[in-house]
Design a protein around this ligand. Structure first.
Ligand SMILES: Nc1nc2c(ncn2[C@@H]2O[C@H](COP(=O)(O)OP(=O)(O)OP(=O)(O)O)[C@@H](O)[C@H]2O)c(=O)[nH]1
Ligand SMILES: [Mg+2]
Length: 293
C-alpha cells in the first residue's frame, strides 16, 4: 500500500517551524532566523520513499495582520488549514498558551494532528511532562511529541508517527521532486535571510527581494537581485556608510547561494524604493503573494 499526503506545519512565530521542516526534509529549504516573521510564504518540502510521499508545507507564523502583506501571509495559513491531511502544530516550551482562532480551528477539526513541543534542549523533564499533559488536554485527538529540531532530537519519532497517520494515496508529485519552489525563489530568500540577520528593527520587514536576472553558465551563475524598500531613508541604511553594509550583505548572501547551488556565483544587488509596498495588492501580487496561484 502506498501512502501520501500533505503535512502542514502551523504555529506561532519563531517556534521553529522552518527548522523542523528543514530537518525532516534534510535540506535548507526554508530560511531560519531568530526573528519572528521570517517565513512569508508557503514552502513545500517533499520526502519520498518507495511506498510513501510526505509533502510538508512550511507556513508563516500566526500574527494579527497589520498590513496587506500580513493578510496574505495569514491567507497561506488558512490554505494550509484547509488542505492538510495532517496538521503538524509546532509549539515551544516557553510559549504562553494562546487561544488564537487558528488553535480553535485545529481543535474543532477532525484532521489527524500531531503537536510538536519544540526546543526541549532548553528545558527539563518536569516542564516537558507538564507541557505534554497540557496539549493532550487541549487537543485530545492529537499525538504529542517533544523534540529539538535544532539538535535533531526525536525527529525519528515524528517521522514514524507521520507515516502511520498518512492516508493511503498514490504520490502527488514525481518521486525525484524535492520542492515546488524554483532556484530564483531560494536565491531571493537567502538574500532576505541575510537582511534579517544584518539589519535592525523595521528594516528587514520593509524589504522584499526579487531576482531580476539569473543567467546560468557552466562554472559561474550571474545573478542580479532587486531589493525593494518602502522609503528613501531605508535605502540609505541598506547601503550603509561608504557602501559597507550592502557589501557585507552581498558577500554573505553570495556565500550561501554558492553553497546552495554548488557553483560559483556573481551576485549584484540593487535597491529600489516602492512606497508602502506592503499595502499594495499590485506589488504583493508581483512578489508572488497572490493566493489564487
Ligand atoms: N534551542 C533551540 N532553538 C531552536 C530550535 N528550533 C529552532 N530554534 C531556533 O528558533 C529560532 C526560530 O526558528 P525558525 O525555524 O525560523 O522558526 P519559525 O517558526 O519558522 O519562525 P517564523 O517563520 O518567523 O514564524 C531560530 O533562532 C532557531 O535557530 C530548537 O530545537 N532548540
Ligand atoms: Mg519560518
Amino acid at each position: 500500500m502506498h501512502k501520501a499526503g500533505f503535512v502542514n506545519i502551523i504555529g506561532n512565530p519563531n517556534v521553529g517551524k522552518s527548522t523542523l521542516m528543514n530537518a525532516l526534509v534534510g535540506e535548507q529549504l526554508s530560511i531560519i532566523t531568530h526573528k519572528a516573521q521570517t517565513t512569508r510564504h508557503r514552502i513545500m518540502g517533499i520526502v519520498n520513499g518507495d511506498d510513501f510521499q510526505i509533502v510538508y508545507t512550511d507556513t508563516p507564523g500566526i500574527v494579527t495582520p497589520h498590513n496587506r502583506l500580513h493578510e496574505q501571509m495569514m491567507g497561506f495559513v488558512g490554505t494550509a488549514l484547509a488542505d492538510a491531511d495532517l496538521y503538524l502544530l509546532v509549539t515551544e516550551l516557553g510559549e504562553p498558551p494562546k487561544n488564537t482562532q487558528v488553535l480553535q480551528r485545529i481543535k474543532q477539526a477532525t484532521i489527524p494532528t500531531l503537536v510538536v513541543i519544540n526546543k526541549i534542549d532548553l528545558s527539563n523533564q518536569a516542564e516537558i511532562a507538564s507541557k505534554i499533559a497540557h496539549w493532550q488536554q487541549e487537543i485530545p485527538r492529537a499525538e504529542v511529541i517533544p523534540c529539538s529540531a535544532a539538535e535533531h532530537f526525536n525527529l525519528d519519532t515524528i517521522f514514524h508517527t507521520i507515516l502511520r497517520l498518512l492516508p493511503a494515496h498514490p504520490a502527488y508529485f514525481p518521486k525525484d521532486e524535492l520542492t515546488d519552489r524554483s532556484m530564483r525563489f531560494f536565491v531571493s530568500e537567502i538574500v532576505r535571510e541575510k537582511i534579517l540577520l544584518l539589519y535592525q528593527k523595521e528594516i528587514p520587514y520593509s524589504c522584499e527581494v526579487a531576482v531580476e536576472a539569473y543567467e546560468e553558465h557552466e562554472d559561474i551563475d550571474n545573478i542580479s537581485c532587486l531589493i525593494f524598500v518602502e522609503r528613501e531613508s531605508q535605502k540609505a541604511i541598506l547601503i550603509g556608510h561608504q557602501g559597507k553594509a550592502i557589501k557585507k550583505l552581498g558577500t554573505e548572501a553570495r556565500r550561501d547561494i554558492e553553497e546552495f547551488t554548488g557553483k560559483r556565483c556573481f551576485l549584484s544587488l540593487h535597491i529600489k524604493v516602492l512606497k508602502d509596498w506592503r499595502n499594495s495588492d499590485r506589488a504583493l501580487k508581483s512578489f508572488g503573494y497572490n493566493l489564487d496561484d
